[in-house]
Each structure stands twice: as C-alpha cells, then as structure tokens.
Design a protein around this ligand. Structure first.
Ligand SMILES: Nc1nc2c(ncn2[C@@H]2O[C@H](COP(=O)(O)OP(=O)(O)OP(=O)(O)O)[C@@H](O)[C@H]2O)c(=O)[nH]1
Ligand SMILES: [Mg+2]
Length: 435
C-alpha cells in the first residue's frame, strides 16, 4: 500500500460500448499528465479545479484519438482528496484502451482495484465503513442493498459506532482516574450505566448484521420436506414458471435445483431438494443427504408439510431458521398449527403471506434511516468489542480497564481509525479497478 506519490490511472466506466467512457487520473501529476494527452483552449494544469475543458485527446504526434472533455479537480476537493483529472471520451473499448495507454505512456501508473477509494480512505476523506459502502453501492443489485450502502456512505454507521465508543471511553476514563484511589470506587452512573448502555446499543447493532449481509449478498432459501409435500410446485409458484418437474409420484426430485428470484428487494437463491425419507434407493438416498446439507447451509429453510394428509412433523438437524409451510391449502386441510402458513401452489393462496414471512425472517423490521453492519468484517469487530465490554462489567477496575481498552480498539477497527494494514488490503481487494 505504498506509492501515494504516484499518479494512478484507470478506466472508470464499465467494459463495453457506451455513449461516454471515463479514464480517471489521481495523484500529484494528474493535471500535468492530462496536459500531455489533451489539446484544448487551455491547459488542464492551469485550472483551479472544479472546471472542465472541451478539446481533443491526442497521441505523441499530436494526432487526435477522440474528442471529449477533461474535468479538473484540485486537492482536496476531489473524490480521492488528491488532484484528479477525468478524461471523458466516447465510451468505446478501443478509444478507452488507447486513452489509458496514452496516460500510462506519459507517466501514470495503472491503478490497482479500489485504489482511488483507498486513497480517499488514507487521505481521511472516508472511513472504512464508508469505503465499504462505496463498494456496496457499486455492486448494489437491489433496493435494500442500495439503501444501506447509501446510508453507510453518509457515515451513519460510523456515527452509530462512535456513540458507543463515547460511552465506553467515559467509563474507562472514570475507572482510570480512580485506579489510584481504590477505596473511593467508581460511581454507578460512570460505570454500570454507560457500560450497560454501550452493551445494549452494540447488541442491537450486531443484530443488524444478518439483515445487512442478506441485503448485500442475498440469501439462500432451501425448500425441504417429505416426498410429495409440494416442494417443486411451490418453487414453480414462487418463480411464476415451471422450472422444476412436478408429478404425483413421491420421489420425483432427486437432484437439487436452484433458481434466482428477487423477494422484497433481496436477491434469493431458491433451492428445490429431494423429499426427505428413509430409502434403499441409492440415488434417492444421496439426494436426501444432499438436501439435509443444503438445509444446514441455507440462510432460511421453508419446511413444507402436506396440509391435505395426516401430519407427520419433520425434524431438521442443526439450528437453521425455518418457516413452517402447510401446502395444498386448496384441498380440505387435515391439521392445523398456529405457526404454519397455509399455501396453495394451485390457487396462489398464501403466497403473499409467505413472501412477507420470508422478508421479515431475513431482514427483520428495518427502522427507517437506521444503519446496519453490512460486512462480515464489521460484524466480527463488533462482536469482539461486545465480548470485551461485557467482560468488563464483572471485573475489578484494573482488569476492567484492560477489557475496555480492547473493546475500544475493536470499535476503532470497525470504523478503520485503528486498523491493521492487511485488513484494509482485504477490504479494497474486492473493488473493481477504476473505483
Ligand atoms: N391440490 C394441490 N396439489 C398440489 C399442490 N402442490 C403440489 N400438489 C400436487 O402434489 C404432488 C406432488 O407435488 P410436487 O411439487 O412434485 O412435490 P415434491 O415435494 O416436489 O415431491 P418430490 O419431488 O417427489 O419430493 C403433485 O401431484 C402436485 O400436483 C397444491 O398446492 N394443491
Ligand atoms: Mg419435487
């Protein structure tokens, strides 16, 4: 993570043909290098920034490669906080490749994935949660993901973490002030009260991690049940087309099958599986084992039981979250269960309720404007902080003080104020080049 004195360059727009494409330069020589490849009424390096020029991009002989705009940003008023030039040409892969090779010829270095955002982070323009939000925003496929990313970008998550750190710091300083006078003791309102508050806030924050990750990366939803329960029919009904084979024969689905759909703004991989039963058929038995494994690795399991037949409750191994679905609700029902959602693949009855149950199981109740933890890195740091803060509450002052320091370090790591270089590298490795 060196070379901040280098000027970096990359194509910032997606591959393929488009009306406009952008080559971006950032670093101390950004505008000077732009001079070398751009010919217009004025030189980019003369600009105060916040301006643009119309002109031509030229090769070493002065031949025009394309016409376009050069946008100039002066440090610190740019995305990276450095001098930045954006060269906007026509968005053809050939033009952009040539333009990029030109700026590399005159002295820029190819940017690594996420390096523009990394510079913004190193320059203090973004904290680590904001940088992750940039990544999420670039990759957002759904409305839920976009909403959380946009919120993260405003620093809402960092602010939530910061307010927890303030409570902890208050206790830590009270304890440290008293360490020399142990007979005095730290008053309750300086110790128990703020720590309990920090613990509650942190637990609530950690509670958002699952929803945050589901919104960002989507969720796996496995359909499990006995043979003939109506699993394949339900998959088809949710998809709206006949993806999986349905027959009256028990044991129709043997191999598992996946389909993509979006549900309440979340990308879902829906998995149809072989019906669970004891069987001597080797192929079917392999399918059953596979179904059980898929159930365990899913974010949520739809546990299907045939509503039109005598109830044979199904016990699933592991601690996976499930929704009980009573199938074939268009037929006379043979049993009732308070937590079951009655659904018919034939009439579509109960499908809206099922979709809502899935949404709320995956995302919980999203309070407007509330920032979530959206990456495993953030969730891990938050959990470590919570462990230390919880431990501190039951320890004598000197030991508690150590735990609180560790807790604060974990919180600082979450926002990236105090973080190991390899963690930062791992965050930016997931970016595309040009962002
Ligand atoms: N009336 C009615 N019949 C249904 C419904 N859902 C499924 N069925 C029937 O139940 C039978 C089994 O349906 P499938 O969807 O193949 O059941 P499955 O759970 O995938 O079965 P396996 O793949 O064998 O494990 C078929 O004859 C379906 O037409 C429903 O909602 N209403
Ligand atoms: Mg089936």
């Amino acid at each position: 993570m060196t070379g901040l004195s280098d000027t970096i360059a990359a194509i910032a727009t997606a591959p393929g043909s488009a009306g406009v494409g952008i080559v971006r330069l950032s670093g101390p020589l950004a505008l000077t290098l732009a001079d070398a490849v751009f010919s217009g009424r004025s030189k980019p390096s003369r600009s105060k920034g916040g301006r643009f020029l119309y002109g031509a991009f030229v090769d070493a002989q002065g031949q025009t490669l394309d016409e376009g705009l050069c946008l100039m940003f002066r440090a610190p008023h740019s995305y990276t906080g450095e001098d930045v030039a954006e060269l906007q040409s026509h968005g053809s892969p050939a033009v952009l490749a040539r333009l990029l090779s030109r700026v590399l010829e005159v002295g820029a270095r190819p940017a690594r994935p996420g390096e523009f955002t990394l510079r913004a982070y190193l320059g203090g323009r973004l904290d680590l949660t904001q940088a992750e939000a940039v990544l999420s925003l670039v990759n957002a496929q759904t409305e839920a993901a976009r909403r959380q990313a946009a919120l993260g970008l405003t620093g809402a998550l960092a602010a939530r973490v910061e307010s927890i750190a303030v409570s902890v710091t208050r206790t830590l300083s009270a304890i440290q002030a008293m360490l020399d006078y142990p007979e005095e003791g730290v008053p309750e309102e300086e110790r128990e009260v703020p720590l309990a508050q920090a613990e509650a806030e942190l637990s609530a924050l950690i509670g958002t991690a699952r929803a945050g990750q589901v919104a960002t990366r989507g969720a796996k939803l496995a359909i499990l049940g006995r043979p003939n329960a109506g699993k394949s029919s339900l998959l088809n009904a949710l998809l709206g087309y006949e993806r999986s084979i349905v027959t009256p024969l028990a044991g129709t689905t043997r191999d598992y099958l996946e389909a993509q759909l979006e549900l309440a703004g979340v990308p879902i991989t829906l998995i149809d599986t072989a019906g669970l039963r004891e069987t001597t058929d080797e192929i079917e038995a392999a399918g059953v084992r596979q179904a059980e494994r898929l159930g365990q690795s899913a974010d949520l399991v739809l546990r299907l039981e045939d509503g039109s037949a005598e109830r044979e409750p199904l016990n699933l191994a592991g601690e996976v979250a499930t929704i009980l679905v009573q199938t074939k609700a268009d037929l006379p029902l043979c049993w009732a269960a308070p937590d079951a959602i009655a659904v018919s693949a034939v009439t579509g009855q109960g499908l809206p309720e099922l979709r809502e149950a899935v949404r709320s199981a995956l995302l919980g109740s999203e309070t407007r404007g509330e920032a979530w933890l959206t990456t495993e890195r953030q969730a891990d740091a938050a959990r470590r902080a919570l462990t230390h803060i919880t431990a501190a509450q039951h320890l004598p002052d000197d030991l508690a003080s150590y735990e609180l320091e560790q807790g604060l370090l974990a919180l600082a790591e979450l926002t990236g104020r105090d973080v190991q270089e390899d963690v930062v590298d791992a965050v930016f490795r997931n970016f595309c080049v040009g962002k």
